[in-house]
Design a protein around this ligand. Structure first.
Ligand code: SF4
Length: 422
């Protein structure tokens, strides 16, 4: 990074080096390489393509100096709050609580987007930058180039780019795996299969598309288009999401092909981010049916692999009530396979989701506790269990209390699943 450019009203630090690791710390750290524009009243961050990625206010009007806004590649603004630090880390495994402007199943958090300071910064960052650029006539060439790029990336252009992303991968990703929190959801999505196997009645994130895989040629084409779209900012990524809802069902050959092709084309080995990570969803059916060879092959590839399985319940009455057309026996079998894989493969972590709601059949939680407590001889550091509240936009103290009880009893790392889209 060169010395920051100092204008009358602001400071511009080009290509500032953030952390190469997504560490879980109680103060905000920002990863990768970004340009920082600071004035007396705000801080704006831009990626290597000159697109705004973070913003925060300064001074008393801004809720907390550690809280900030992040813009995703899907062009959503997410507000990261401390949640008063009360139990946020214990509940979600992260120090900062993401708040969304769209409906989610979060049990914690408030309504930050209704606050004028926050919505005001989202609506005014481009005007602020335009005003600043008027004072930067004598700035060095590199600073003027950055300002030209950043100003060309207007809110309308960024919205258009998000649409292009959706067009490439076949639509908006309605949900990312909970494990994506390990890279703050900064990943490149690659659709290797559409739809899912079960079309469960309760599920709010499914689509009507029958399960089907993409061909290697379609995947290679998608990778080429994604490479162009992410462009100069590619080095800020070292994580991949294999979509959509059950990529594990796509089979070992297609999964390994996609991972290797993406790794090479996206240049992950040269990323500013240290460790490569791949995320995908699976189902009880695909996990049980996956030949051992896939896990042997993944272990030989670089990085960590996180496979998240939607089990929902281990109680037949609950599965029936949810309209999830699988048996409790299959859930138990999938759970046993999950433990086996987690015990034997250092670079693979299989995690599982169970639902939370009021008025579930009486055996729902006892059946889960049988798996996450009684069947575990001792506590394990790996194989996270995520509890996903069924209802959206209904923070609930009763559910939180219920979750805390399950977390205390569980012998596996246990967290809340906050549904986040891309
Ligand atoms: S829970 Fe999973 S398998 Fe069931 S409908 Fe939703 S995405 Fe499909």
């Amino acid at each position: 990074m060169n010395a920051p450019f100092l204008a009358e009203n602001c400071q511009i630090a080009l290509e500032k080096k953030g952390s190469p690791n997504y560490s879980k710390l109680s103060f905000p750290i920002h990863c990768g390489v970004f340009t920082e524009v600071t004035s007396n009243s705000f801080v704006l961050h831009f990626n290597l393509s000159g697109e705004i990625i973070r913003a925060k206010g300064k001074g008393e009007e801004w809720g907390h100096p550690h809280e900030w806004l992040k813009r995703t590649m899907g062009n959503d603004w997410v507000y990261y709050s401390t949640g008063g630090y009360t139990g946020v880390f214990e509940a979600i495994g992260e120090y900062y609580l993401p708040n969304f402007a769209y409906p989610s199943n979060n049990l914690l958090g408030g309504h930050p987007f209704s606050e004028k300071t926050i919505s005001g910064l989202i609506n005014s960052w481009h005007r602020i930058l335009t005003e600043l650029s008027d004072d930067a006539d004598d700035a060095p060439e590199a600073v003027r180039r950055f300002l030209t790029d950043a100003l060309a990336n207007t809110p309308a252009c960024l919205a258009e780019k998000a649409k292009k992303l959706q067009a490439i991968i076949g639509g908006r990703i309605s949900v990312l795996p909970p494990d994506a929190r390990h890279v703050d959801y900064n990943l490149i999505p690659l659709t290797i299969a559409r739809g899912c196997l079960h079309k469960c009645r309760f599920c709010k994130v499914k689509n009507a598309i029958p399960f089907g895989t993409k061909t290697p040629a379609e995947i290679a084409d998608q990778i080429g288009k994604l490479k162009n779209l992410y462009g100069a900012d590619l080095p800020n990524y070292n994580a991949l999401f294999l979509g959509e809802h059950d990529a594990l069902q796509a089979g070992g050959d297609l999964i390994c092909f996609s991972i290797q092709e993406a790794y090479r084309e996206f240049g992950f080995a040269q990323s500013h981010i240290a460790e490569h990570k791949t995320f995908l969803f699976g189902s009880a059916t695909s996990l049980v049916n996956t030949p051992e060879q896939l896990f042997i092959d993944l272990e030989k590839l670089p990085g960590m692999y996180y496979i998240n399985i939607g089990l929902e319940s281990a109680d037949q009455e609950t599965l029936d009530k949810l309209g999830k057309p699988i048996s409790a026996g299959l859930v138990e079998e999938a759970f046993a396979r999950m433990q086996d894989i987690n015990d034997r493969y250092g670079s693979i972590e299989v995690t599982a989701n169970f639902i939370m709601d009021e008025d579930l059949p009486a055996n729902h939680y006892p059946a889960i506790l049988e798996l996450i407590r009684e069947k575990q001889v001792h506590s394990k550091p790996k194989g996270s269990i995520y509890f996903s509240p069924l209802t959206f936009n209904q923070p609930s103290r009763a559910r939180l209390f219920e979750f805390n009880r399950l977390k205390v009893l569980s012998r596996l790392p246990t967290f809340l699943y906050i549904i986040q889209r891309l």
